[in-house]
Design a protein around this ligand. Sequence first.
Ligand code: M6R
Length: 357
Amino acid sequence: EKGTYPHFMLKEIDEQPFVIRNIIQKYQNEDGTVRLDDEIRGAMKAADRIYIIAAGTSYHAGLVGKQLIEKIAQRPVEVHIASEFLYNMPLLSENPLFIFISQSGETADLRGVLVDVKKKGYPALTITNVPGSTLSREADFTLHTYAGPEIAVASTKAYTAQMAVLTLLAVDTAKARGIELDFDPLQELAIVSSAMETLCDQKEKLELIARDYLAVTRNCFFIGRAADYFVCLEGALKLKEISYIQAEGFAGGELKHGTIALIEDGTPVIAIATQEHVNLSIRGNVKEVAARGAYPCIISMEGLDQDGDAFVLPKVHEYLTSLITVIPLQLISYYAALHRDCDVDKPRNLAKSVTVE
Ligand code: M6R
């Protein structure tokens, strides 16, 4: 039920702080450490390489998951688009573990890969919001994202929940491998949850940004580097899916290799700057597009912000920035769609669960 909300999407965006708290509770031991299934821990430890398979927004969560698992647990990870995997199968390692990420647990493209992987005898873990779903039943293990039902076609809370669960999976694997962490993951996730609340309270500001930059434009670009690049892909998908604005996410450094030719007078460019080590370079990219007439909107993080930034995010742990950066992007897309009279919860040509290949 929508309750007092005009749309499920807005309700689901607002639920994100609670979802993260719920995940902390579900995966917490009494002594405040992370608790995951022993069998999953064993499978993660035994794998010499992890293959993440997903589609759409879940694929974008997978890209973030790769960074988390590689940085925290020091295991190599590849991320693949499900519909491409069978046709472009990479040379697999000796002991692979497959992770299927799917909100619905019913996506046909993923199921095709899962059936093939099981035929070959490889272990598979499904990370899903629907534990009784096909992908969950057919895999060896399931991790539940505990986001509650997601009704809007545009995925919001499922994405942040997937990233939170991937963080805990990385932390648990690190523990199993005897790697000492220099941060408390559950405490850092609690900080993320509070930061999400702060962001959900800034809707008026984000509505103004949406109106100013996106009410009439034909297209919009998102640029970022490192972890911010992956959120750009998700921000662009959200915007095109519900507002029908042609939107693309780019790595800041790729602009000069072609994309910058698309910049015209007034083209909105949303730039994300939450990563200290690339802050100067992404700001350099903003100058390059501005010099060619773009209308830049910089979303930065406390401590890295500069005068003139359109929106500043509260500071969270450097590994977890994507969980909060996406919230203003979700809200900007939501308000852009409203301004353009689009059907926010049921965009044209799309289904919530894609059960055909
Ligand atoms: O249920 P799944 O996570 O497997 O769905 C994958 C995609 O179809 C889904 O994320 C889609 O891209 C969303 N509509 C994006 O908002």
